[in-house]
Ligand binder design. Structure first.
Ligand SMILES: Nc1ncnc2c1ncn2[C@@H]1O[C@H](COP(=O)(O)OP(=O)(O)OP(=O)(O)O)[C@@H](O)[C@H]1O
Ligand SMILES: [Mg+2]
Length: 401
């Protein structure tokens, strides 16, 4: 049976184009206030079977949050319809449903009743909620003095206590400290295993890769793809990569601020960099510890006597986590060609990363061409591993008595 059924659903917002006019001006010239229609969701057809964990991915503004808000009755669709079979709990924006001036305790009651529990039902579950949140000491503190992680913990604990059949989650997975995010992942996992349905939005593709049974890819309000998580994440990453290259090639022509990402004297240029798995399939999603292959197509504009190949891996915030790897190549490059690079057992854990590729002169200071943090990819890992850390190592452990 379907837990959620969405038919030709569209949601439209009005964007007022004359932003500078004040309320009084708008009032006086009511008829002239102009707006554009923005279809945040367009013709969405989606069936989610009971017991599935579905991840929603897509760029900023693609309609992910809007979709969850429609399903949790915050927005009404403009066209089409949807049906939800079962009671729904939604974890949307951080602390939505909480009142900042009220204490944690008061908010548990408030939030619980918003989510459909009676006072008696909340009483019965109160201890469990507080215990899970780990916020005993802060129960009588107003929410406005909570840290954002603490707010999420409380919200999560209340939503879990109502034990919904369908859970909608927007970007709050993995928030909180190590201990809590592990606890919440395990909770969601057991929740999913008991046959509940979860629809979650995340930009953390490694979380999506390890959690979802199925992925829906949204793009400009439409479903761009739906199906196997690895395949969808790959397609989405590839699309992001293409857009990045487009931006970049335009940027070079008009000297945009993206220039700092690419530098070099240009005798030899890097034309294309592709990532592959061990079987030679183009990939932008890798499992921790598996093999990665990189191919670099270069073009020779003017012969160079020798060079060094440069590689580096960066975390999403730009920090270099591996490298620089510099490999001297002591022969001239005369003609266009390709370099194949093999990284056996990618030593990275779950996360979003960038790869830098460069061809340097022998001084290791000046580049012929450097693509700094150009190539984005994602690493995923089994959810049982927990979710912190960056470097993958294998360990052999032996107990001696
Ligand atoms: N209340 C609103 N009024 C007007 N426009 C809105 C409103 N809410 C969302 N939008 C617009 O609808 C589009 C989809 O927004 P939405 O928040 O669903 O995107 P998203 O996929 O969740 O993005 P993000 O990854 O940034 O969270 C955006 O263009 C946004 O500007
Ligand atoms: Mg959003």
């Amino acid at each position: 049976m379907s837990a959620i059924e969405i038919n030709k659903l569209s949601k439209c917002f009005r964007l007022y184009t004359r932003k500078t006019e004040s309320a009084i001006e708008r009032f006086l010239m009511l008829k002239r206030s102009r707006y554009e229609k923005l279809w945040a969701l367009k013709d969405i057809d989606l069936k989610v079977d009971e017991g599935r964990v579905v991840g929603i991915i897509g760029p900023n503004g693609s309609g992910k949050s809007t979709l969850l808000k429609v399903l949790s009755q915050i927005y009404r669709p403009d066209e089409g319809s949807y049906k939800v079979n079962g009671n729904v709990a939604a974890l949307l924006e951080l602390g939505a449903g909480f009142h900042p001036e009220l204490t944690g305790r008061e908010n548990v009651y408030l939030n619980g009743s918003i989510l459909g529990l009676t006072r008696k039902e909340i009483n019965a579950r109160f201890d469990e909620i507080v215990e899970f949140s780990g916020l005993e000491k802060f129960l009588d503190t107003p929410i406005k003095n909570y840290s954002s992680g603490m707010v999420v913990r409380l919200g999560f604990s209340v939503a879990m206590a109502i034990d919904p059949e369908i859970l909608l989650i927007d970007e709050v997975l993995g928030v909180g400290d190590l201990n809590f995010s592990k606890k919440s992942f395990l909770k969601i996992k057991s929740f999913a295993e008991s046959g509940r349905t979860i629809l979650f939005v995340s930009h953390d593709l490694s979380v999506v890769g390890s959690f979802a049974d199925e992925v829906v890819w949204l793009d400009e309000g439409r479903i761009r793809g739906q199906g196997d998580p690895t395949e969808m994440i790959n397609n989405y990453m590839q699309d992001l990569q293409i857009r990045r290259e487009e931006v970049h090639s335009k940027g070079r022509a008009i000297q945009s601020d993206l220039q700092k990402e690419r530098s070099g004297s240009g005798e030899v240029t890097i034309e294309r960099v592709n990532l592959y798995d061990a079987d030679g399939n183009e990939k932008y999603l890798f499992n921790a510890g598996t093999d990665m292959k990189i191919s670099v197509d270069y073009k020779v504009h003017k012969e160079i006597p020798s060079h060094s190949l440069y590689l580096a891996f960066h975390a999403f915030d730009g920090r270099m986590v591996i490298g620089p790897i510099l490999r001297p190549y002591d022969a001239p490059l005369k003609d266009d060609g390709k370099i194949d690079i093999s990284i056996p057992g990618l030593p990275l854990l779950k996360g979003e990363y960038y790869l830098s590729v460069g061809l340097f002169q022998d001084d290791w200071i000046n580049a012929y061409d450097l693509h700094d943090r150009f190539y984005r990819f994602t690493v995923t890992q089994p959810s049982e591993w927990g979710i912190k850390g960056e470097i993958y190592v294998t360990a052999e452990i032996e107990y001696l008595s």
